[in-house]
Design a protein around this ligand. Structure first.
Ligand code: 5GP
Length: 222
């Protein structure tokens, strides 16, 4: 068991795209002095409404790779063709301030944090059902079939590492999911009436996504 007090353990939230983890991460830090959001660096272009230094540090590939060379990232990975990384400074500053840093990162990054920061708490956010997951993925209505296929296939790979996480949290009701994440972050147990998921939920989602891809003839190499 770790001796690091719960309030300074980095909290990592990962999920298949479309499970709503960014909403949870943002809700968690909003109005809560104890939590601080880890602003990542990325080479992707800002979306409408995103601000430099608030949502991400938007860097050129050259700037990003220089940070990699200088060993400034606690973890970094290529996600959907762009580079993303967590500056080490986000972790050190939070620790100094005795605030719990919240990392909203992909599963490759989460696995690197597992190695580099063993006391980190890793939570995997699950969508409540395949149907809702699909709806969230297609919700913007702008996804091309190719994009959708790529995302669903990525989701399959992401779900396959779910068992490496400390807890699985089902994001059905946002308030409930945020409450549960907060409880777990503070070192508590998942409430029995809460939204905690199990590996059976993961298996169901995997089967659901596979059948969706097969039906839509979107499955790659499965
Ligand atoms: P988006 O571009 O939609 O904001 O994020 C795409 C994916 O990159 C999401 O799964 C998000 O969690 C992940 N991501 C964001 N920041 C980081 C980071 O610093 N490191 C890693 N490994 N993934 C990140």
């Amino acid at each position: 068991m770790t001796k690091v007090p719960p309030e300074v353990r980095p909290l990592v939230l990962s999920a298949p795209t479309g499970a709503g983890k960014t909403t949870i991460a943002r809700a968690l830090v909003e109005g809560e002095e104890d939590f601080v959001f880890s602003v990542s660096a990325t080479t992707r272009f800002p979306r409408k409404g995103e601000a430099h230094g608030v949502d991400y540090w938007f860097l050129s590939e050259e700037e990003f790779l220089k940070m990699v060379d200088d060993g400034e990232f606690a973890e970094w990975a290529k996600v959907h063709g762009d580079l993303y990384g967590t500056p080490k400074e986000n972790l050190t500053r939070a620790r100094q301030d005795r605030r719990q840093v919240v990392l909203d990162i992909d599963v490759q990054g989460a696995m690197q944090i597992r190695e580099a920061v063993p006391e980190a708490l890793l939570l995997f956010i699950l969508p409540p059902s395949v149907e809702l997951f699909f709806l969230r993925l297609t919700g913007r209505g702008t996804e091309k079939e190719e994009t959708l296929r790529r995302r669903l296939n990525t989701a399959l790979q992401e779900l396959e590492v779910a068992e490496a996480f400390d807890f699985l949290v089902i994001n059905g009701d946002l308030d409930e999911a945020v409450r549960e994440v907060r409880t777990l972050a503070r070192g508590g147990e998942a409430p029995p009436e809460g939204t905690s998921g199990t590996l059976d939920d993961v298996r169901l989602l995997l089967a659901g996504i596979e059948s969706l891809l097969r039906r839509e003839k979107l499955l790659q190499g499965h």
